[in-house]
Design a protein around this ligand. Structure first.
Ligand code: G3H
Ligand code: 13P
Ligand code: ZN
Length: 345
């Protein structure tokens, strides 16, 4: 059984100074893409599933697909993680499905839009940790709201996130609050706000320290050295990927993502989990657009979905190498979740 908890994997990553990409999956092609890349690079893998993905794929089917993929690659250490759980109920249902890690995103209220109070966030997250840790399952919390330090806007592109302008103190995680949050909740991993946001439109220029606050990672890490930091909204939007998407008719305004070099700097200062979805979406869609343009007479979905899967695999492969997880897969031995209690209350 290659399933392991997020805490197990990220403790190992911290001891060995690397970061782990967490890729969002919604279907068979994306599960294969992540695990094929992990297989090629000898990497551990984090597969994460949003509420939208669970609705799209159906919980029962998704569970079987994930289990099937794990059985196919028994030597790959895999974490299955609930991305942006909006309530304890969502997290508990993920635990019942067999996920080894959940994110309780209490930075927003259950509607996924309204910024929540610190106390609401603490209470909601702590209630999930209490249950999860008795089962050996890890919990990621979030403090601060993802959004642009350029415009002050929270992000709503993926249908979650605040819609209006937020004050700077909400868009940047406060290190002292992070310390109190971790003490009161016992989370294993903490997603922080440092200027990143979900989707394709993160920055209107190559980000500098004013709009992507890597220094803040260091300050937070000093306060919570045993809690693994998580960067959401960390697609890099490489120029060649943007060009490829546009070349085949995709409509994408000029945009800038989170440079891999900045993520690597974050990894040197406590970032262990890096969320990547948009780069995979763009790569898959560019491949499908190209196929449709070049082969208009074809209509076998397997032909273009294979190309889409390969395009996502390449993104996963690149990030696994760039974040340093490549080469570590065979060294990580999974412990049954029930026996894992190093940090649990
Ligand atoms: O959290 C953002 C991920 O990109 C997942 O997006 O909610 O559209 O599946 P989604
Ligand atoms: P991107 O939109 O930058 O890929 O971020 C994905 C993410 O943070 C999922 O939780
Ligand atoms: Zn996210």
């Amino acid at each position: 059984m290659a399933l392991l908890s997020l805490r197990q994997l990220l403790d190992y990553a911290a001891e060995n100074n690397f970061g782990v990409a967490a890729f969002n999956i919604n279907n068979l092609e994306q599960i294969h893409a992540v695990l094929e890349a992990a297989n090629e690079t000898d990497s551990p893998a984090i597969i994460q599933v949003s509420r939208g993905a669970r609705k799209y794929a159906n919980d029962v089917v998704l569970k079987q697909m994930a289990q099937g993929a794990i059985d196919l690659y028994p030597h790959i250490p895999v974490v299955i993680h609930q991305d942006h759980g909006n309530s304890p109920k969502t997290c508990f249902s993920a635990m019942q499905l067999g996920f080894s890690s959940v994110m309780m995103d209490g930075s927003l209220e259950e509607d996924g839009k309204t910024p929540a109070s610190f106390d609401y966030n603490v209470e909601t997250t702590a209630s999930v940790v209490k249950v999860a840790h008795t089962l050996g399952i890890s919990v990621e919390g979030e403090l601060g709201c993802l959004g642009s330090l350029e415009s002050g806007h929270g992000e709503k592109e993926d249908g979650h996130g605040h819609e209006g302008v937020l004050p700077l103190d909400m868009l940047l995680t406060d290190p002292n609050e992070a310390q109190e949050f971790v003490q009161r909740t016992g989370v294993d991993a903490l997603a922080i706000a440092i200027g990143t946001s979900h989707g394709a439109y993160k920055f209107t220029r190559k980000p500098d320290a004013g709009i992507l606050n890597i220094q803040r990672i260091r300050e937070i890490h000093e306060k919570v050295p045993n809690t693994h930091l998580v960067m959401h909204g960390s697609s890099s939007l490489p120029e060649e990927l943007q060009d490829e998407f546009r070349k085949w008719g995709g409509d994408l305004k000029t945009t800038f993502g989170v440079p891999v070099s900045e993520i690597q700097e974050g990894i040197r200062h406590g970032v262990r989990k890096i969320n990547v979805d948009t780069d995979c979406r763009l790569a898959m869609t560019a491949a499908i657009r190209k196929f449709f343009k070049e082969q208009p007479a074809e209509f076998d979905p397997r032909k273009y979905l294979t190309l889409a899967r390969d395009a996502m695999k390449k993104v996963c492969h690149d990030r696994m190498v760039q974040f340093g997880q490549a080469g570590h897969g065979h060294k990580i031995r999974s412990t049954p979740l029930s026996q894992f209690s190093k940090y649990y209350m």
